[in-house]
Design a protein around this ligand. Structure first.
Ligand SMILES: *Cc1c(COP(=O)(O)O)cnc(C)c1O
Length: 367
């Protein structure tokens, strides 16, 4: 039996007709950009995320980028970002001409360590961008407290954690503007690129609606230098069909994680995911750590088990940032995570037999 890294089958097969019918309605409507499907999905997603506003955009990176613009963050400003995130978080900051200021994560939750944030704040700091990495909510109560004390904006990168919560509040509902991604493999995935911003600030939402559509509210009248970053009708229609299933899919991910937790405990030097008090984890990824990461990965590959590394190179070590000051700074936790992390197969509906095969292969490696 092969175990892929990710299979869409258990999610997509049961809703095939429902999704195709929604796509057919868009096809027949003869309206393909910024129509009823987008409006309906934005309303549904805002409700789901317990915010008043949702603005659909073309992808998660644009959601972060446009949010920074809408919050007036630009050249000369500094934005605190995790040292161990997907590059998109940093790129969004770089796009607006601001400087990403990396802060190390906790070595157990892999999320921004609130205790290290204040030391990174300077008179130029404008915002903190917590990333709910792998699906675990950041310690938002502490982070929001720091932001309030220093008068900073918070922009959550909620691409991996739709439906996670900290102290009862949903990720994507804490910050002034929060980006999420509906890239196909995300917990709520479109059938192509898509993203959104969630916010409780109607003024920020209005600015974002203008920015995503050529800086225009009224067709052919352009108020600001905007972008073309619209969520399209087809993707919005698909997302509206999938959204009601998300809570169920999340529970299924959590069941797979619980099986892994139980059966991988105490094996070799394996470090399993650890969830902070008051936070929940929706397991976009199930990431383990071991000093023998590369040879364990090879062992699993040899047994037809798919794994991935999130992420092999931390942003400050990427060639893209080679000429920036952080390239020469030390972020030992980020480097350690890049050297030791391995993402195991994880998807909603992953069968017990598949989990058993992964567990058995890992046990045989450490024997
Ligand atoms: C996927 C992802 C993004 C970017 O989303 P896209 O839709 O691929 O642009 C941003 N941040 C994180 C943490 C992500 O995982």
């Amino acid at each position: 039996m092969q175990v892929p890294f990710l299979s869409f089958s258990p999610q997509h097969h049961p809703i095939r007709e429902e999704v195709l019918a929604a796509m057919a309605r868009v096809y027949d409507s003869q309206w393909y950009v910024l129509g009823q499907s987008v409006t309906d999905f934005e309303a549904a997603y805002a409700t789901y995320n317990q915010v008043t506003q949702c603005v659909g955009v073309a992808n998660g990176l644009d959601a972060l980028h446009l949010s920074l613009i809408a919050l007036n963050i630009g050249p000369g400003d500094e934005v605190i970002v995790p040292s161990n995130t997907y590059i998109a978080t940093w790129l969004a900051v770089s796009f607006v001409g601001a400087t990403p200021v990396p802060v190390e994560p906790s070595a157990t939750t892999y999320n921004l360590d609130p205790d290290l944030i204040e030391a990174a704040i300077t008179p130029r700091t404008k915002a903190i961008m917590p990333v709910h990495l792998y699906g675990q909510a950041c310690e938002m109560t502490a982070i929001m407290g720091i932001a309030r004390r220093h008068n900073l904006a918070v922009l959550e990168d909620n691409a991996q954690a739709q439906g996670a919560a900290c102290d009862g509040g949903l990720t994507g509902s804490f910050g002034q503007a929060n980006g999420t991604s509906f890239y196909p493999g995300k917990n709520l995935g479109a059938l192509g690129d898509a993203g959104a911003i969630t916010t409780n600030d109607a003024e920020v939402a209005k600015r974002l609606r203008t920015l995503r559509n050529y800086g225009s509210q009224k067709k052919y009248y352009n108020e600001v230098i905007g972008y073309n970053s619209r969520l399209d009708e087809m993707q919005a229609a698909v997302l509206s069909v999938k959204l009601p299933y998300l809570a169920d899919w999340t529970r299924q991910r959590q069941m797979v994680a619980a099986l892994y937790d139980e059966q991988l405990a105490g094996i070799g030097d394996l470090q399993l995911p650890s969830v902070a008090a008051g936070c929940t984890h929706v397991y976009h990824l199930y990431v383990v750590r071991t000093a023998q990461r590369d040879s364990l990965q090879q062992h699993l590959t040899d047994q037809s088990i798919g794994t991935l590394i999130h992420y092999p190179v931390p942003p400050h070590r990427q060639q893209a940032y080679a000429d920036q000051p952080m390239a020469s700074q030390q972020f030992p936790i980020a480097e350690e995570l890049a050297a030791t992390s391995l993402s195991l197969p994880m998807w909603p509906g992953m069968g017990q037999e598949e989990v058993q095969k992964v567990v058995a292969a890992i046990r045989s490696y450490f024997k």
